[in-house]
Design a protein. Structure first.
Length: 678
C-alpha cells in the first residue's frame, strides 16, 4: 500500500528555454485518480488538466519561469505534490513536504491535508473559497488565499446588487474608512471600504456614466491606492518565495541567497535567543486590536500626527535613498571626505508630506520620497520628530511597546527599548545595504517590504565605507548593479532574503547587514531598536564573525579620531611606505600601537581566545592589509574639500515653491513651509 506513488518526470532538456512546451510524464499508480492544475507566476487563473488516470498519463504543457503546478486529489483542491520550474538551476523542484502523506491522502477517502495558498488559489469565487478549510478571500487580490488575519476575511461581503452612483459608493467608502467615526473597526472597515470603492469604480468606468464621474473616479483610484497596501500581506511561505523570486535583482541570482526563516511565534523564540533573523508570521493573529496593524493608514496618520517637522529624503527611483552624516559633523572634522550627495534630505510638515505622496504618485514622478523620523525616545517616551506625540499616537505607541516587549526580552542582552522609527515611502524606494549595532523588531503598518540580509562581518565581501565617511556603516556595493571589477570579493558574500508584510514581525539582530526595498507598493513601517545591558560584552567579543575585522575597524577609528580629515592621507602614506612628516608618522605609529594594545587586553579577557599576536605584529598586519584595500577603502579621497551639492536631486516644482535651502551647517538641505491649507 505504501509503495503506491504519484510521480512526475520532466524532460530536463526542454527546461533550457525559459518558456516553451514541456514534456511531462505523470505516473499515478494509486488506485484513485488525481487531478492536476497549475498556476502562472502571477497566480493567474487556474488551469485544470483534469484527472491523471491510474497507471500514468502524458501531457504537454506550456510553461515559463517560476510556474508552479500542483497535483490534487481528484475533485478537491488539496495540494499533494508541488512542482516549481526553476530555469536558473535548469531543474525542477518537487516539494516533498507533503509527498509522503500525499500518496496516502490521495488514496484516502477523506481529505484532511492542510491546503497552502496553492490549494486555496484554485477556488474561483468567495463562496467556494470560504468552504475550504484554511482559506480566506482577499478583497484586494480578488482571490482565495491561505487564511491570513490581515489580508483575508472568512465572510464574503455582500455583492452589492443595490443601485448606487459612483459618488454614493465613494461617500460610503469615505464613511467606512474614517478613522474618527465611532463605527470605525480597523481592517474590517477598510476591507468593506475597499469593496465599496470597487463598486464605485465599476460604475464610474461603465460607458454610460460619462464625464460627470471622472473626478469621482480619480478620488476612488486614489483611495484604493492608499487602502490596497494596508490589506496586502505575505500569505504564507510559498507566497513569500514567489514574491522574493519575482522581485530578485538579476545580479543576485547566481549568489543563491537563502530565505530567511518564517516561523510561528512558538518556533521563533529560538531564533531570537540565538540572535538570528526570523520573520514571525502569527504575532498579530487572533488579536487584531493592535493599532499599527489594524488602523494606521496615511489618512489616519494625517489626522493624528502633530504639526512639527519630519525628516524626508528624496531621490531618483532605484537610488532613493541614502542617509548620510550631517554636514555639521563633516564641517567640524574638516571635511574628511569629498562627498557629492544625490539624495536630497529635507524637512516638511506631515500634512505637506501626505500632499506629496498623494499628488506625486510613484507612477508619474521619477522622484521618490521617504519619510523617516524618530517616534519614541529611550524607555518609550512618546516623542515624535522631536515633539510630544499627540494623545492618539502616544497611546498607539505604548500599545506597540507593550505588545513587542516580550519578544524584545528574548534578545540575548536586552537592556530596554532604545527608540522607534517611522518609515513611510513610495513604491520603488531602496534603503541601501548597511548595518546597525542594535537589535531591531520591524512591524509593517501597510505594504510589503523586501529585505536582503547578510551575516555580520563580511567586510571583505561588502566593502564598507571607511570610518568618518558620511556613509560609514554602509556597503559600497550596489546590489542591483555590483561592480565586480572594483569589488571582486562580493562573489563570496552570503545573503538571505525575505519579504515582510502587515501582520509579520521581522527580528533583525544587530550587525546584520540589511537592504530594505519596496518593489510592490507604497509602505509604512515602524521599527523598535533595543539597547543592551550595560555590562553586556561588546558584540565583537561575542561574535567571531565580527571579531576578525573589528581590530582593523578599531584601528582605523582611532586614526580618524586622532587625525580627522587627514586620517586617510596618513594611513595611505604609512601603508604604501611613502614619505610623510616625521612627527605625524610617530604619532600615527603610537596611535596604532595603543589601539592594538587595547585590543589585546580585550581579547585576553575572553574565554577560549588563543593568544593574540604582539602589537607590532598587529600593526604590521593592519598596514599590509590596508595597502591591499586602499583603492576601494577611500576611493577618490581628497580631504578638506567641502561637499559639492550640485548633483543633489532637485525637489519637484510644487515643493520648490514652498521649500527653501537650509543653513549650511543644518543636518538637511531644505526646509518646507506649512503647505497651503487644503
Ligand atoms: C515526449 O516524451 C515522450 C517520451 O519520452 C516521447 O515519446 C514524445 O515524443 C515526446 N513528445 C514531444 C513533443 O517531445
Ligand atoms: C469579516 O467581514 C465582515 C463583514 O465586513 C465583518 O463583519 C467581520 O468582522 C470580518 N471578520 C474579520 C475577522 O475581520
Ligand atoms: C474621462 O477620463 C477618461 C480617461 O481618464 C478620458 O478618456 C475621457 O476623455 C474623460 N472624459 C471627459 C468628458 O473628460
Ligand atoms: C545602483 O544601480 C542601479 C542600477 O544600475 C542604479 O539605477 C542606481 O542609481 C544605483 N544606485 C546608486 C545609489 O548609485
Ligand atoms: C490584544 O492586543 C492589545 C494591544 O496590544 C492588548 O491590549 C490586548 O490585551 C490584547 N488582547 C488579547 C486577548 O491578547
Ligand atoms: C612604533 O611604535 C612602537 C611602539 O611604541 C615602537 O616600538 C616602534 O619602534 C615604532 N616604529 C616606528 C617606525 O617609529
Ligand atoms: C561641483 O561639481 C560640479 C560637477 O559635478 C562642478 O561643475 C562644480 O564646479 C563643482 N563645484 C565646486 C564648488 O567644486
Amino acid at each position: 500500500m505504501t509503495s503506491r506513488r504519484l510521480t512526475a518526470w520532466i524532460s530536463i532538456a526542454l527546461l533550457r528555454c525559459t518558456s516553451g512546451l514541456l514534456n511531462i510524464t505523470f505516473i499515478n499508480d494509486l488506485d484513485v485518480d488525481c487531478s492536476l492544475f497549475w498556476h502562472g507566476t502571477n497566480a493567474g487563473p487556474r488551469k485544470d488538466f483534469g484527472p491523471v488516470p491510474r497507471g500514468g498519463g502524458r501531457k504537454l504543457l506550456e510553461v515559463a519561469e517560476g510556474h508552479l503546478f500542483t497535483f490534487a486529489r481528484a475533485g478537491t483542491l488539496f495540494p499533494l505534490l508541488r512542482i516549481t520550474i526553476d530555469p536558473e538551476s535548469r531543474s525542477y523542484v518537487i516539494n516533498e513536504d507533503n509527498a509522503a502523506s500525499s500518496s496516502a491522502a490521495c488514496a484516502a477517502s477523506t481529505a484532511d491535508a492542510t491546503p497552502g495558498s496553492l490549494g486555496c488559489s484554485a477556488a474561483e469565487a468567495c463562496d467556494e473559497c470560504v468552504q475550504l478549510p484554511g482559506c480566506g478571500w482577499s478583497t484586494v487580490r480578488h482571490g482565495c488565499v491561505a487564511a491570513h488575519a490581515v489580508a483575508t476575511n472568512r465572510t464574503c461581503l455582500e455583492r452589492a446588487e443595490e443601485e448606487r452612483s459612483a459618488e454614493q459608493w465613494l461617500q460610503l467608502a469615505e464613511t467606512l474608512m474614517d478613522p474618527e467615526a465611532s463605527e470605525f473597526a480597523g481592517l474590517a472597515s477598510l476591507r468593506a471600504a475597499f469593496e465599496a470603492l470597487e463598486n464605485g469604480r465599476r460604475v464610474a468606468e461603465s460607458a454610460e456614466s460619462g464625464r460627470r464621474s471622472n473626478g469621482t473616479l480619480k478620488s476612488i483610484l486614489r483611495w484604493q491606492a492608499e487602502v490596497r497596501p494596508k490589506l496586502e500581506a505575505v500569505l504564507d511561505d510559498l507566497d513569500a518565495e514567489r514574491l522574493i523570486a519575482t522581485s530578485r535583482h538579476a545580479s543576485l541570482a547566481s549568489l543563491k541567497p537563502r530565505m530567511v526563516a518564517r516561523r510561528k511565534l512558538a518556533d521563533a523564540m529560538d531564533f531570537i535567543s540565538r540572535a538570528e533573523p526570523v520573520v514571525i508570521t502569527d504575532f498579530f493573529d487572533g488579536n487584531l486590536s493592535h493599532p499599527i496593524v489594524q488602523k494606521w493608514t496615511l489618512e489616519y496618520l494625517r489626522r493624528f500626527m502633530h504639526g512639527g517637522f519630519y525628516n524626508v529624503a528624496a531621490d531618483a527611483a532605484r537610488a532613493c535613498c541614502q542617509y548620510y552624516e550631517p554636514r555639521r559633523i563633516a564641517a567640524e572634522a574638516g571635511y574628511p571626505y569629498p562627498f557629492r550627495p544625490r539624495t536630497h534630505l529635507y524637512r516638511d510638515h506631515f500634512e505637506g508630506f501626505v500632499g506629496t505622496l498623494r499628488e506625486s504618485p510613484s507612477e508619474t514622478e521619477p522622484r521618490l520620497h521617504y519619510l523617516h523620523d524618530i517616534l519614541m525616545e529611550r524607555d518609550a517616551a512618546p516623542v515624535v520628530a522631536g515633539e510630544a506625540a499627540t494623545p492618539q499616537i502616544a497611546a498607539d505607541l505604548e500599545e506597540m511597546v507593550t505588545a513587542l516587549k516580550p519578544l524584545a526580552k528574548m534578545q540575548p542582552f536586552f537592556g530596554g527599548v532604545a527608540n522607534a522609527k517611522l518609515w513611510i515611502g513610495q513604491k520603488g524606494v531602496t534603503m541601501p545595504l548597511h548595518y546597525d549595532s542594535s537589535d531591531n523588531l520591524y512591524v509593517m503598518a501597510w505594504g510589503r517590504k523586501r529585505a536582503i540580509l547578510a551575516d555580520p562581518g563580511q567586510y571583505d565581501a561588502l566593502y564598507p565605507y571607511p570610518n568618518a565617511h558620511p556613509l560609514a556603516g554602509s556597503s559600497q556595493v550596489n546590489l542591483s548593479n555590483p561592480d565586480l571589477a572594483r569589488h571582486p570579493g562580493f562573489v563570496d558574500v552570503l545573503l538571505s532574503e525575505t519579504v515582510v508584510g502587515p501582520g509579520d514581525v521581522l527580528y533583525l539582530p544587530g550587525y546584520w547587514w540589511h537592504q530594505f526595498e519596496q518593489p510592490f507598493e507604497d509602505t509604512a513601517s515602524v521599527n523598535l531598536w533595543s539597547y543592551e545591558l550595560s555590562d553586556a560584552p561588546p558584540a565583537s567579543m561575542r561574535d567571531e564573525r565580527i571579531r576578525g575585522s573589528a581590530l582593523h575597524d578599531h584601528m582605523e577609528r582611532e586614526m580618524v579620531k586622532a587625525f580627522k580629515s587627514k586620517a586617510g592621507v596618513v594611513l595611505s602614506a604609512m601603508a604604501s611606505g611613502s614619505g610623510t612628516h616625521k612627527k605625524a608618522w610617530a604619532r600615527a605609529n603610537r596611535t596604532l600601537h595603543e589601539a592594538a594594545q587595547e585590543w589585546r587586553r580585550w581579547m585576553a579577557s575572553l574565554p577560549n581566545v588563543a593568544d593574540t599576536a604582539e602589537p607590532s605584529e598587529l600593526v604590521k598586519d593592519f598596514l599590509q592589509r590596508y595597502r591591499g584595500i586602499l583603492a576601494q577603502r577611500w576611493p577618490g579621497w581628497a580631504p578638506g574639500v567641502e561637499w559639492n551639492l550640485s548633483e543633489m536631486t532637485a525637489l519637484e516644482a510644487r515643493l520648490q515653491a514652498r521649500c527653501e535651502p537650509a543653513p549650511k551647517t543644518a543636518t538637511y538641505a531644505s526646509v518646507c513651509r506649512w503647505p497651503q491649507s487644503r
